[in-house]
Design a protein around this ligand. Structure first.
Ligand SMILES: Nc1ncnc2c1ncn2[C@@H]1O[C@H](COP(=O)(O)OP(=O)(O)OP(=O)(O)O)[C@@H](O)[C@H]1O
Ligand SMILES: [Mg+2]
Length: 320
């Protein structure tokens, strides 16, 4: 593989502030309830958690956008939230990070996707997901399309952060494709046919297995699956993320590279896929080649897995 040399790495990172990425998809908020347990409930054989701290992190497409922003890129975000407390918290968090919230549509009938973790004694006791998987209607789709069109000239690359919660519909996807930009899809459904015509797709191992309908373990199985996705779905490349086995990039040119993880310490892999697609998109929008962008994405993911929750990586950390 033509590895990313230090000089190119520095060049690309120094251009991150010129990168322009639009993220469209399912935004979420991760809620953490930290508590202590000193007794068992009388109602059921379960611990009673006394909450001592509550914190929030951006999730889903909002985490992808946050990752791009933290790397120093220009980012726009579009998605849907409910008219509720968690929607307001999500907006507040985005604003605190200096990210624009104009692209978020507030819907009465929707509830902001919230994933709550209850943690006590350094242990996760439960995760509670609150989500309404609701396909967006015509008028919401038009509002999102209008937002994207309005910013057409401010965008180089578009990330589709699909988590299957209803923002990404076939119609919206077609409208986005017609904008003629480079489209990178972080898939969130078994059926990739909806993403037909995208430039790049970044499935993880499980999503790849669901697409090809068989286990994808060995290198040759990863490559075969990647070739199938390349021929059926995307125009440019497939980047399969493989957790502790790093990633595999397959390009239309026939080139295939396996990139091992650089992670030394693994604490929390949650959101590593968001960091991958964010870094990939930003690097590509700054003129990196696919292999350079994938290497940088792998570096960023290797750093983020050592951090708690849906974390981000800064330009300085990536430069080290
Ligand atoms: N256990 C691990 N050890 C080392 N590196 C890891 C590990 N898990 C993830 N990574 C790094 O993060 C990248 C993305 O991880 P993964 O394939 O788990 O994505 P994902 O399933 O989409 O993640 P998520 O859905 O949590 O965002 C990998 O390509 C690798 O570089
Ligand atoms: Mg993922």
């Amino acid at each position: 593989m033509k590895t990313l040399n230090e000089q190119r790495k520095r060049e690309i990172i120094s251009r991150f502030h010129e990168g322009k990425v639009l993220v469209v998809g399912d935004v979420m908020i991760d809620e953490f309830l930290w508590g202590k347990v000193s007794r068992i409930s009388r109602e059921a054989p379960i611990p009673v958690v006394e909450v001592v701290k509550e914190s929030f992190m951006l999730g889903g497409a909002a985490n992808t956008a946050n990752n791009i922003g933290t790397l120093g890129g220009n980012v726009l975000l579009s998605g849907v939230i409910g008219d509720d407390l968690h929607g307001r918290i999500l907006c507040k968090k985005l604003k605190e990070k200096g990210l624009d919230t104009q692209g978020l549509m507030i819907l009465d009938e929707y509830s902001t996707t919230t994933k709550t973790r209850i943690i006590a004694q350094q242990q996760q006791l439960a995760r509670i997901d609150k989500e309404k998987k609701l396909e967006i209607t015509g008028s919401v789709r038009e509002s999102i399309s209008a937002y994207c069109q309005k910013h057409r000239s401010d965008i180089e690359v578009i990330v589709i952060g699909d988590h299957g919660n209803g923002v990404i519909t076939p119609q919206l996807f077609r409208t986005i494709i017609e904008m003629g930009k480079r489209i990178i899809v972080d898939p969130g459904r078994r059926d990739f046919s909806l993403y037909n015509g995208a430039s790049i797709i970044t499935p993880n191992r499980q999503e790849t297995e669901a697409f090809v309908g068989m286990k994808v373990r060995e290198r040759n199985e990863v490559e075969d699956a990647g070739r199938q996705i390349l021929s059926e779905i995307v125009e440019e490349a497939v980047l399969i993320t493989l957790g502790e086995d790093g990633m595999c990039l397959l390009e239309k040119t026939g080139e295939i590279v396996h990139i091992p993880t650089i992670a030394q310490e693994v604490y929390d892999v949650c959101g590593a896929g968001d960091t991958v697609v964010a870094t990939l998109a930003l690097a590509l929008s700054c003129g990196a080649t696919l292999q350079e962008a994938a290497s940088l994405a792998n570096l960023a993911a290797g750093i983020v897995v050592a951090k708690f929750g849906t974390a981000t990586v800064s330009r300085e950390e990536l430069s080290k």
